[in-house]
Design a binder for this molecule. Structure first.
Ligand SMILES: Nc1ncnc2c1ncn2[C@@H]1O[C@H](COP(=O)(O)OP(=O)(O)OP(=O)(O)O)[C@@H](O)[C@H]1O
Ligand SMILES: [Mg+2]
Length: 252
């Protein structure tokens, strides 16, 4: 596991968060603090609320009660402050969500130019450095469809990083990828983790959890059922739900 030296500073604080879709409660009493530099893997059965949890953190979903603070600031309802706070939280989805009609380079420079108001030359310089970092700089002038899934997902990571987020959320970033491309994306994520990025990662990739995560959060039915260090969680799960879930994913 990566040793984190960062000071204790909660970058994400969720307090008694409740989220409903109509009558259905998707998040129940969520209390979770994520410290600066911490990597938290979120795991759990389909429909347990993992994506909803991520989406509430960057306010793609509203919450019904409770509160969420990013670096000590309460998520505002709307307006310029919301845009600013949202740019503190980068998100990478299962599907790559790149702009199909823009080049790889344009995909990465767009946000910084619009939101961070960087001049084009500076945005390009930063984007090229990020594309270099994720190993796709030589593809900068291509369009997303001309790249493999793994390459597109690495561009999606570079695009999120270009906003200089304080926290990165990853929602099953490798589950739409062919097996041979999974590791190239996970390697980028492990490097990010080692560099001290604060990360929330929804994934069933246990190798990643073991290598990079400080804690595993296990969810079921909209609740956090168990929180433990990865080794402890995978070898000695406490709850019946976690035992059942692990026995299913381990036999696949
Ligand atoms: N926009 C929505 N409207 C209504 N119900 C929703 C909406 N989004 C999510 N849900 C419901 O909330 C529950 C949690 O969904 P969520 O997508 O967070 O689960 P998940 O843990 O990410 O599942 P998966 O592993 O399949 O991605 C599910 O029962 C889902 O059907
Ligand atoms: Mg999901």
């Amino acid at each position: 596991m990566i040793q984190h030296t960062s000071e204790q500073r909660p970058l994400v604080q969720m307090r008694q968060v409740q989220k409903f879709f109509g009558d259905f409660q998707a998040l129940k009493d969520i209390d979770l603090d994520i410290q600066a530099g911490e990597v938290v893997v979120v795991i759990g059965p389909s429909g347990s609320g993992k994506s909803t949890l991520c989406r509430t953190i960057n306010r793609l979903e509203t919450i019904d009660s409770g509160e969420i603070l990013i670096d000590g600031e309460k998520l505002p309802e709307e307006g310029a402050r919301l845009a600013k706070l949202r740019s503190d939280v980068g998100m990478v989805f299962q599907s790559f969500n790149l702009f199909a009609h823009k080049t790889i380079l344009e995909n990465v420079t767009l946000g910084p130019m619009k939101v961070r108001r960087l001049p084009a030359a500076k945005a390009k310089e930063e984007a090229m450095a990020l594309l270099e970092r994720v190993g796709v700089a030589h593809q900068a002038q291509k369009y997303p469809a001309q790249l493999s899934g793994g390459q597109q997902q690495r561009v999606a990571i570079a695009r999120a990083l270009a906003m200089k987020p304080k926290v990165m959320l990853f929602d099953e970033p490798t589950s739409a990828l062919d097996p041979e491309m999974i590791n190239e994306v996970l390697d980028v994520m492990v490097t990010l983790a080692k560099e001290g990025m604060t990360m929330v990662v929804v994934t069933h990739e246990m190798g990643f959890a073991r290598k990079a995560a400080n804690r595993v959060v296990f969810m079921a039915d909209g609740q956090i059922v168990e929180v433990a260090e990865p080794e402890e969680f995978f070898t000695n799960p406490q709850s019946a739900r976690a035992k059942d879930f692990l026995s299913k994913i381990l036999t696949h």
